[in-house]
Write a protein that binds this ligand. Sequence first.
Ligand code: F6R
Length: 260
Amino acid sequence: MEIVICADIDGVGRAAADTFERIIKQKPTAVLGLATGSSPLPLYDELERRSRHGQLTFREVRAFSLDEYIGLPAGHPETYTEVVNREFTRRVDIDPANVLGPNGNAPDLEIEAADFERAITDAGGIDVQVLGVGSNGHIGFNEPGSSLGSRTRVKTLLPKTRRDNARFFDDPNDVPHHVITQGIGTIMEAGNIVLMATGEQKAEAIARLVEGPISAMCPGSILQLHPKTTVILDEAAASQLALADYYRYTYENKPAWQRL
Ligand code: F6R
């Protein structure tokens, strides 16, 4: 696990975009894993900038979303299909037909979950997955207690997660109770993982995820077992890390051959 501590949110976006750019340039047909929420927004801003300046093209890229609410009407601005469209797909030169998320209104969600897993496998697996982390340590919508080997399936949100996400809705009661999410086992199969976190409200979850014991009580802690995970933080999100100075030193003294 590599920890990168940036001076500000824009730096977090640039560092995450550097990893995406490196992977897409190495493999123009790369498969991306997309997250929603606030954390990846600086990455999407930076990817749009690089796409507009012709520095990076997504013409052959495919992408899969991490998760989706169950029961929001199709076209609702807070469905993750709409969020991914708004924040990523419409802003770069990707073919919208190449972006797929689980359907939270599918008549049979078990079949939907299995089909979604198959679509990822058929695409050759995810080359780089961006993640945020919940204040309780969730990744995707795998809440504490989730099986660390889980696959895409339906989960029930904790009241705290519904409260955290209420800021996106006019009425907090509109936040759905259920979601369909890639499982932790699914996420762990991505070739590279970039986890982004900013702000002090994430500091405790980040300390548990990076330096705590691996436990289903902090689902993101499983990333300690992933060979190519980069955790990109601003100073506030890094503020409870015991080894923060060491991570800074390591990054500043990185030999040229050892890239992100
Ligand atoms: C989003 C997702 C969630 C969020 C997490 C953090 O697709 O799966 O795990 O990444 O809840 O949300 P923000 O970034 O809004 O703090």
